[in-house]
Design a protein around this ligand. Sequence first.
Ligand SMILES: [Zn+2]
Length: 299
Amino acid sequence: MNPSVRRFVSNDFTVRASCVDATSVVLHMQNLQSMQPIPTIAVGRSMVGALLMASHLKDGQEVGILVKGNGPIMTVFAQANYNGGVRGYTSAPQYEPFEYEQNNLSIKEAIGNGFITVARHQPFQAQPYQGTVELVSGEIGDDLAYYLQQSQQIRSILSLGVYLDAFGKVRAAGGILIEVMPGVEDEIVKKLEDNFSKNKKDLSQVIKEGLTPEDLLKKYMEGLNYTDIPHQFPISYSCPCDKARVLNAVSILGVDELDDMISKNEKAKVQCQMCGQPYEIEIQELTEIRNKLFKNSLH
Ligand SMILES: [Zn+2]
């Protein structure tokens, strides 16, 4: 069975933390989308970040992370819910840099300059709560920490890691999020900062050495009184796609393209980009989309 996101809170409730070993879901995503190494790291880190942030919400709530940059990867998207479901996507799954350095898998150049948007969806609420900040590092972890600081006034330690093997396949993935609430005692902040500077390590390096995100989290939390919060939701790759969304995506093709498809008198076969679920669209459905588009174009 897949692991759950582990959650902890300090006994005075001013520090909350979570960590996750997300290897299974990030590897699943890479295989599903036949993704190259650099995009895999970008999407994988976003998936881990979304899982950690969603674990701090309430039952049924979800977090979406959208990174838009001017680099070759352009768009990275990940979405996770409190109950451990997560999915991810990039507009450039096949991107490979010209100079490929196995030991320097920085994604900053691939993402470029741009913005990161975080959306929190609450059930029964049509509009998500949404905030956007400029990318400060392009490595996603620091960008999300900057978002928490700017948009929610939460100071945090956020570490996301995706470690690939020599063939570019996901060997391990995971992350740590420690959030410091307003009103925290200076002494606690000092302790966290000391622990962090003493043990600061790239998480993918930590995973490579055979340690877990939880091992590193415990080092960062050393000296604090804290307890586990039960959170029994094994993580899983899950995609809430359905036919309505697929039909909506098909309308982007435009009237001419749709006319072409209709004239061939064949059902259209499309796959969800995030999970590979195949959908068949009947000629009649194509015609309806086409007519609606055509009607709208006359206004
Ligand atoms: Zn899907």
